[in-house]
Each structure stands twice: as C-alpha cells, then as structure tokens.
Design a protein around this ligand. Structure first.
Ligand code: SF4
Length: 314
C-alpha cells in the first residue's frame, strides 16, 4: 500500500492505522525537531496531491484485514491539512466504519475556515503548539513566510470554538529551548486561550533535523507537567510498542514505518520478540534478513541508542 501503514501501537491512539496523504516532505514549517529531515521547499498552498479515491480504497482494504485497529489516523509526511481531499476522506471513512478517526496536524492552516470545517467530523484532532511567544515559535518551528505565531494561535482558538471532538494539543519539549519556567508559563497562557481537552507532552526521542535538539531531564519534564496542568490535563506518553503480528511482509512493514520516522532498534527487537517468543536466534536471523535487504541502515546517537532509517533504496 502506498498511503496506509501499520497499525502501529501508541499509548494515545492504541493500535493506530496511519494514512499518509502527502508526498514527502510537504510542510508549512521546518521544525528543528523534525524527523523527516529539512523542509527543502515550503508548501503553503493546499493541493490535491493524490487522487482521494485511491487513498480511500487502501483504507477500506486495511480495515477489512485481520489487524485490530483502534484509530484511523491521518498523518502526513509534512502538514496533513495541506491535502485538499482531507475533509472528503474523513467523511467517507466515517461512512464505512465505526473506528474513530484522528488527524495529526501542526495546526498552521486552521486559520482557514475551509480547513476548520473539514476537520469537524474527526473524533480527535492533534495540533502542535510548541511555543508561547513569536520568538520561540520562529526558533522552533521555522514557518514559511506569512505563517505568524499570532495567526497560528488564532487558528487554534477559532477551531476550538466550532469543534466538539477531542482537541489534544501536542507540545514538543526541547531541552534548553522551550523548557524553562518562563517558556512553559507562556505556553500555558496560550493554552488558556485555546482550551484543549488534554495536552500531550512529546519528546525528541528520535533523530532530528538539527543535531543539538536534546531531551529534557526527568525533573524538567515533571516541572513542565506541573505548570501546564493548571490549564488542562497533561499526558506524557510513554513510548508505544510496535506490533508486528498479522504482518504479511515484514520488510515492507518495517520500511513503511521507517519511511515516516526513524525506528528505534530496541523497539523493533521488542516487537520481534513478541512475534517470535523465546527464539532469540530467529530474531537475530530476521534482523539480518532486514539489514540484508539493503533497504535499511543504522544510525547511533550520542546516548548509544540505535535507530533504523531507510537507505536510498528503501
Ligand atoms: S515536525 Fe511536522 S510540522 Fe514540523 S517540519 Fe516536520 S512535518 Fe512539518
């Protein structure tokens, strides 16, 4: 399948079937923590990147398969709402299944009424708000021209006014950038205006565009939870575990995941242990088979954590 991948397991969305509606990488922002590499050319206009019928066909196929799915999650190799057929896809998906639909977005296009309207039928929308000031917004998200901080917050506020589903705002917490008491209080003030249902703290645990993007300490994360919890319930998601059961082609499944983000080797090994319990030699053979396919290479971070990324052949 070209657009649908997973289901991948996450604490927030359980077994989540991903639907990628964009060519890589199409984004209004160029975040310092992006896992997809630098935004080479901003995309600021909405487009029909792919025929919507083809994407819906893949969704139908996936939900008719054997895998258990808790959420159908629209994500993009960039900013999801840039896809012009998104509202139609959400509506059509809801006609064929009771599985709830989520949209992961940076929220930069919510200032447009048409985008707000297209998301109304989603069961959950997860926009980003990483900064409480224009300066930090520019530093972290590095938006395309015209995408100002004021416009971003206004879009979120306007959406909250009309949206009755779950609004889960995501904050990427980066050491030394937006984790000071002052920065967090500014974010809390912006959240007051947005009134999300919950706030999801996320961390730069995977290789990112800029090498100096670092994880905050446990103490700082706790402090962030305390400050932000004055505004909304804060969820600090533990890492989800990947589920490789019901996978017909393991190389393709791992490639589909690494195409969207670097895959922690520990997470992959854990999933393989679940697939082939008590057979460490066989797990090693699968790892060798995956690496032998030429689709993947490994990258070691400073903290010793190893990640899998696609080679050019992936
Ligand atoms: S992290 Fe998301 S919003 Fe930021 S540049 Fe990457 S794809 Fe775009």
């Amino acid at each position: 399948m070209k657009h649908v991948f997973g289901p991948v397991s996450s604490k927030r969305l359980g077994q989540s079937l991903g639907v990628d509606v964009l060519p890589s990488k199409s984004c209004t922002w160029n975040c310092i923590y992006c896992q997809l590499g630098k935004t080479k050319a901003y995309v600021a206009e909405r487009r029909k990147f792919f025929p919507r019928e083809g994407i819906l066909k893949e969704i139908k196929q996936a939900i008719g398969g054997p895998a258990a799915i808790d959420w159908i999650t629209f994500v993009g190799s960039g900013e999801t709402t840039l896809y012009e057929g998104l509202g139609w896809l959400i509506r059509e998906t809801k006609k064929i299944t009771d599985i709830p639909v989520a949209v992961i977005t940076n929220g930069s296009l919510l200032y447009l009424e048409e985008v707000r309207n297209e998301l109304l039928e989603a069961d959950a929308v997860l926009p980003s708000l990483n900064a409480g000031s224009a300066e930090l917004f520019e530093q972290i998200d590095r938006p395309a021209q015209g995408f100002t901080y004021e416009r971003h917050v206004e879009g979120l506020v306007a959406f909250r006014k009309v949206y009755c589903g779950k609004l889960w705002v995501e904050i990427m917490l980066i050491a030394g950038v937006n984790d000071s008491v002052e920065a967090l209080q500014d974010i809390a003030a912006a959240l007051e205006k947005v009134q999300p249902d919950t706030v999801h703290l996320v961390l730069p645990t995977r290789p990112t565009t800029e090498s100096d993007v670092r994880l905050p300490s446990e103490e700082v994360i706790t402090r962030a939870c305390l400050i932000l919890s004055h505004v909304a319930k804060v969820i600090h998601p533990a890492k989800g575990s990947m589920n490789l059961r019901n996978t017909a082609d393991i190389i393709e499944t791992v490639a589909a995941i690494t195409r969207r983000h670097p895959l922690q080797e520990r997470e992959l090994r854990h999933a393989l242990d679940g697939l082939i319990p008590n057979e460490p030699d066989q797990v090693e053979r699968v790892i060798e088979q995956l690496l032998g396919s030429g689709k993947f290479k490994t990258v070691a971070l400073e903290d010793g954590e190893i990640y899998w990324v696609l080679t050019g052949d992936g």
